[in-house]
Design a binder for this molecule. Structure first.
Ligand SMILES: NC(=O)c1ccc[n+]([C@@H]2O[C@H](COP(=O)([O-])OP(=O)(O)OC[C@H]3O[C@@H](n4cnc5c(N)ncnc54)[C@H](OP(=O)(O)O)[C@@H]3O)[C@@H](O)[C@H]2O)c1
Length: 280
């Protein structure tokens, strides 16, 4: 039997996380005697928790809501993406150091690429300016997309646009979060991404925008993955758009974490299968 290695995801609450089932399936498939668990930890206990992980020789952690920013103060170093986004979803324990990464944005880009979408030069409208939207906006900007953001709280979108301009020297358009303003920009949009939490279980009949603003020319992605087919995606499919669900991003952010921890080629199809099985 090979050496046991410990992994996990830390968040609060955490009981619905699909990461343990996805990563443990990979370890089993690859014949690795590793284990991945979920840890429900409150903000004030993060420091003690990380020290305990260090003592127990953990190799990697994922970090989820609400700790992606707060955890940074306890890490020894950040990679370029995590530093830019100012949020961490992956930690690697290396030589007693805690190194922070962010694979959310790359996960989204990989999910688009896997469905034949090239990002460079595309005009992408992102709905939302929360944690996930930030990672996606930075990654798409780095990959050379033209970006517009629309968020319910306009000020948050403006701040994100300013950050992209200051850090990457790229202009980002900020669009009012109203159907009429979004409709106006759709003719010059190639990919529309919902990165808000609207439509997520249990409020599954909600959609961030109505079908009226959509156009069959668009590729429409929803990063919400519970349910897999959101109302937003159902609307888009009905009018003929190409649609991409949120499972792809979830799987690919996990796959990127596995590459960072273990330098392996993750079995994407298996990862998707186990996640979908849990969601249907
Ligand atoms: N597929 C994946 O791998 C993946 C990864 C990460 C997250 N997600 C999903 O992405 C969603 C967002 O996650 P997050 O971490 O970015 O959350 P977050 O930081 O809390 O941000 C939530 C976003 O949704 C917007 N929003 C919330 N309620 C709204 C409403 N009623 N109308 C309009 N906008 C509303 C917020 O706008 P305000 O700024 O106005 O509050 C904000 O932009 C969640 O459903 C999460 O499960 C998926």
């Amino acid at each position: 039997m090979k050496e046991n290695k410990l992994f996990g995801v830390v968040g609060h609450p955490i009981r619905h996380s699909l990461s343990p089932v996805m990563h443990n399936a990979v370890f089993k498939k690859l014949g690795l005697n590793y284990s991945y668990s979920a840890f429900d930890i409150e903000k004030n206990d993060l420091d003690v928790f990380l020290n305990r992980c260090r003592e127990m020789n953990f190799l990697g952690l994922n970090v989820t809501v609400p700790h992606k920013v707060d955890i940074i103060r306890y890490l020894d170093d950040l990679d370029e993406n995590a530093r830019l986004i100012n949020a961490v979803n992956t930690i690697k324990f290396e030589d007693n150091m805690l190194l922070g990464y962010n694979t959310d944005g790359l996960g989204c880009v990989r999910a688009l690429e896997e469905r034949g979408e090239r990002i460079g030069g595309k005009r992408i409208l992102i709905l939302g300016a929360g944690g996930a939207a930030r990672a996606i906006v930075f990654q798409c900007a780095l990959e050379g997309a033209e970006i517009a953001i629309s968020n319910r709280t306009m000020d948050r979108a403006m701040r994100l646009a300013r950050e992209i301009r200051e850090k990457l020297n790229k202009r980002v358009l900020v669009v009012n979060f109203s159907e009429s303003s979004i409709r106006d920009i759709i003719p010059t949009t190639d990919i529309l991404i919902n990165a808000t939490s609207v439509g997520m279980y249990p409020k599954i009949h909600r959609s961030p925008v109505s079908s009226d603003v959509l156009d069959p020319r668009l590729t429409v992605m929803d990063i919400v993955y519970n349910p897999i087919e959101t109302q937003f995606l159902r609307n888009a499919k009905r009018i003929g758009c190409k649609t991409i669900d949120g499972v792809g991003m979830f799987v690919h952010q996990g796959a990127e974490s596995l590459r960072i921890w273990l330098d392996i080629k993750p079995p994407i199809d298996l990862m998707r299968k186990v996640v979908v099985e849990k969601l249907v």
